[in-house]
Design a protein around this ligand. Structure first.
Ligand code: ATP
Ligand code: MG
Length: 440
């Protein structure tokens, strides 16, 4: 079984990240330690526990070196509610009231969904049994003998009634188009207050429908599962988990750091405004959600940015202080590129190989071919613009364009991508800087 995040040691967390991200050991370690510290904190006496605040992290590194990728992989580790937001989202013109608190509401929503799914899994068998009884009631109206009922049960389980039609009551979905139209920006709060009331008016209406036993089973199972799950318990557990294990990843934080102190334009003011809005959340405050107040004091914040145009010291001092841990991600080398192509689980090369295998074409990459590809990506990066590992995508796409196009016409063939093959397709482009700039 998959380990839960709160049981994983720093080494295990790093090992998990290693499966997908090449290098960047410092960043992986920092993240792993921060996560473990929260588990440690949980084990302390309450008075001390309240004193220990998370050590938030800023990841600094050029574009395309794995910052967001680390976050993406963290989110897959089980058991910790996680969301990723882009800091720039809050500077957008028209974004109602720069609603930074929405990040906490979203985190809580993630926590509720996570806990609900876990509880549902543990209750699935119970719900299945209940569904079975209801289906038997539908198939055998009146009061049949116990014997008959058991016979029907056997047949039901064997799927013999699957196509038989029955009539069931289904509850109409609450909400409806009228509410959809309004939602979108900052109407979540409105929704928070209204959903309960509207739910009562529209939600409980039951409709009769004739369906097959097979469909009935699905509908009834979902309904029974819903009834079994105690939402109050879900919310309590979720709040607890969000407050103590929640992670908010704030991407592109460098974009809200303003550089100059003099002659600032509107954009700078707006950026600084966002920092000021974010500050209380990072410092710890209670945010109202539709599941009640959520305290952010012990939520872990991980921020990331390229910081090409600005530095972490361009952030407002209070915010800097709340992100005491800085880790730098390294620029990727030619060797890194070579490894990124081949080593990660579901690596790029594997993806292309699998895609083309659906056409019956077997693509193989020789070591020399891969090495040449990595070299080309690296060269183009250093001669035009360094976009990190993203360059691998553009290079590969161009390399395999022709093959991708013709693959359906050559099923059964094996295509070996050798160094000369790579050279033939990409050589001229790489050596012409202008061409490279436009095509790769
Ligand atoms: N170290 C790495 N190991 C494996 N894959 C990587 C690595 N770095 C980048 N990639 C791949 O390159 C792509 C871009 O990486 P990512 O989104 O993490 O960039 P980033 O550091 O967040 O850049 P930006 O500052 O532009 O947001 C992703 O598809 C990712 O899988
Ligand atoms: Mg990114």
């Amino acid at each position: 079984m998959k380990l839960k995040l709160d049981q994983m040691t720093p080494r295990q967390i790093v090992q998990e990240l290693d499966k997908y991200i090449i290098g960047q050991d410092k960043a992986k370690k920092a993240v792993a330690i921060a996560l473990r510290n929260r588990t440690r904190r949980q084990k302390l006496a309450e008075d001390l526990r309240e004193e220990i605040y998370p050590k938030n992290i800023i990841m600094i590194g050029s574009t395309g070196v794995g910052k967001t990728e680390i976050a993406r992989r963290l989110s897959k580790l089980a058991g910790a509610p996680f969301i990723k937001v882009e800091a720039t989202k809050y500077t957008e013109v028209g974004y109602v009231g720069r609603d930074v608190e929405s990040m906490v509401r979203d985190l809580m929503a993630a926590g509720v969904a996570m806990v609900k799914a876990e509880l549902q899994e543990s209750l699935a068998e119970e719900a299945r049994l209940r569904t079975e009884e209801i289906l038997l009631d539908l198939l055998l109206p009146g009061t049949p003998s116990a014997e008959t009922r058991e016979k029907f049960r056997e047949k039901l389980l064997a799927g013999e009634f699957d196509d038989k039609k029955v009539e069931i009551q289904v509850s109409g979905k609450s909400g409806g188009p009228a509410i959809e139209v309004m939602s979108g920006s900052n109407l979540e709060e409105l929704d928070m207050n209204l959903s309960g009331a509207l739910g009562n008016i529209f939600g409980q209406r039951k409709k009769k429908r004739t369906v097959s036993i097979k469909q009935a089973r699905e509908v009834l199972f979902a309904e029974e599962l819903d009834k079994l799950v105690d939402m109050e318990q879900v919310v309590d557990l979720a709040r607890d988990r969000v407050q103590n294990m929640g992670i908010i990843f704030i991407d592109e934080i460098d974009k809200i750091a303003s550089r100059s102190t003099e002659g600032r334009g509107g954009a700078d003011v707006s950026r600084e405004g966002v920092q000021r809005d974010i500050l209380p959340i990072v410092e710890g405050s209670k945010v109202t959600t539709k599941w009640g107040a959520v305290d952010t004091s012990h939520v872990l914040f991980i921020a990331a940015g390229a910081f090409h145009m600005s530095k972490p010291s361009d952030l407002i001092p209070e915010l800097q202080g709340r992100f005491p841990i800085r880790v730098e991600l390294e620029d990727l080398t030619r060797e890194d590129f070579q490894r990124i192509l081949t080593q990660p689980k579901n690596s790029l090369l594997l993806q292309y190989k699998e895609l083309l295998s659906t056409e019956g074409v077997d693509v193989q990459f020789t070591d020399e071919g891969v090495a040449r590809l990595a070299e080309i990506a690296f060269e183009v990066n250093s001669r035009t613009e360094n976009i990190g590992a993203r360059r691998l995508h553009t290079v590969l796409e161009l390399l395999l364009e022709e093959l991708s196009f013709t693959a359906p016409e050559i099923p059964g063939q094996t295509v070996v991508i050798t160094a000369p093959y790579v050279e033939e397709r990409l050589g001229t482009i790489v050596h012409d800087e202008d061409l490279a700039r436009f095509i790769l």
